[in-house]
Design a protein around this ligand. Structure first.
Ligand code: NAD
Ligand code: PPY
Length: 346
């Protein structure tokens, strides 16, 4: 394999299934705090190298996310490299793919627990759970805690509140907040910030998703214009890797805080944003609400209100990250990473 990320994790499992044409990558980054957990991402990738690199970067982010949220769980992630985009797969083949994945989870025998991510949802966890215990996030109808999107959105909203304070704004009232991706999480973030008085800008490759927000007063930004559009807060809630070093040199925003995992394409991008005075909320802290929901409800026996009470504390956790970064003259990402690594090593 060429071009893969230098990897500081524990184990990467790769399996190709001839019958379905799908390849499976399960990356266990760290099991120090507990069994590795993280969702299953199902999509088409240009190459297996890219699928492996994505799984590893996402697994590493999960280790940091669990530690930052003080959860007794490690970090991992699965990637299913689909033979064709998800929307073009018929139901039968998708079920066969899930059946192979359930078998993978059984082979790992609890070292890794999965959950929903891009391309999978609660209903897919219901299917996996018929074969394996190692799936979080089943639907409410199947006895699970249901979607984590609400908790994730609530956490991102808390992260935006902390971040705008860091650039000297008392609240969201009147600020231009650009939400990229109006799916399960982004649409809820958009509603929360609009209710808090923000001037909402929205974008989605599926323009129909903008409709309800535009009807409530939001302005549409074309998807390709998003990193050139002036705003106070840029909230990436679609895919990761949206800000590389070139984009960082010109991004016309004061704050970056969103739900996507690995928002920055490179570590260097954060340094460029930091030197320009742009505050970046580390994504593994900002989007931790989903993990609090799944692990809280399924492992720790929390109620929904326990989850909410813990999720809104993301605002305080980020205040501490920003303060620590200022004191040590490092970036917020460096401060949050150091805090999470310290927890793992302790
Ligand atoms: P989703 O699939 O429901 O929504 C994603 C949305 O982004 C879709 O509407 C899609 O059309 C849009 N989109 C895709 N590419 C785009 C682009 N280039 N420009 C504009 N829009 C684009 O996903 P979700 O559950 O809302 O999750 C959003 C992000 O948050 C993902 O990156 C996910 O990994 C991350 N995340 C989600 C959770 C959770 O609880 N769901 C938890 C942590 C992190
Ligand atoms: C994420 O939060 O990025 C996830 O992958 C969701 C998740 C969280 C905790 C366990 C399994 C899946």
């Amino acid at each position: 394999m060429t071009g893969t990320l230098p990897w500081d994790g524990e184990m990467t499992c790769v399996r190709h299934d001839e019958r379905t044409g799908a390849s499976f990558v399960i990356a266990l980054h760290s099991t120090t705090l507990g069994p590795a957990a993280g969702g299953t991402r199902a999509m088409a990738y240009p190459s297996l190298d890219e699928a492996v690199t994505d799984a590893r970067r996402l697994a590493r982010a999960m280790s940091l996310k669990m530690a930052a949220a003080d959860l007794p769980i490690g970090g991992g992630k699965s990637v299913i490299m689909l033979p064709t985009p998800r929307a073009q797969l018929d139901d039968r083949r998708w079920r066969e793919i899930l059946s192979v994945h359930a078998h993978n989870l059984e082979l790992l025998n609890g070292s890794y627990w999965t959950g929903p991510d891009v391309g999978t949802g609660s209903e897919d966890m219901d299917v996996l759970a018929r074969t394996t215990r190692f799936a979080f996030g089943r639907s409410v109808a199947a006895g699970g805690p249901g979607s984590s999107a609400e908790a994730t959105a609530q956490g991102v909203f808390s992260a935006i509140r902390a971040s705008v304070r860091e650039v000297g704004e008392p609240g969201l009232d009147g600020l231009r907040i650009l939400v990229q991706g109006l799916g399960a999480v982004g649409s809820r973030v958009a509603t929360l910030v609009a209710e808090a008085g923000a001037r909402l800008l929205v974008t989605d490759v599926d323009e129909a998703r903008c409709g309800p927000h535009v009807a409530a007063g939001a302005r549409i930004v074309p998807a390709e214009e998003v990193t050139r559009t002036e705003c106070d807060v840029f909230a990436p809630c679609a895919t990761g890797g949206v800000i590389d070093t070139d984009i960082a040199t010109m991004l016309p925003a004061r704050v970056v805080a969103g739900a996507a995992n690995n928002i920055l394409a490179t570590d260097g991008a954060e340094r460029v944003l930091h030197d320009r005075g742009i505050i970046v909320a580390p994504d593994f802290v900002a989007n931790g609400g989903g993990a609090l929901h799944l692990i809280g409800r399924e492992v720790l026996g929390w109620s929904e209100s326990d989850v909410l009470a813990r999720t809104v504390l993301i605002e305080k956790a980020l205040d501490e990250v920003f303060t620590s970064a200022r004191k040590q003259r490092i970036t917020p990402l460096q401060a949050a990473t150091a805090g999470a690594v310290e927890r793992i090593q302790a």
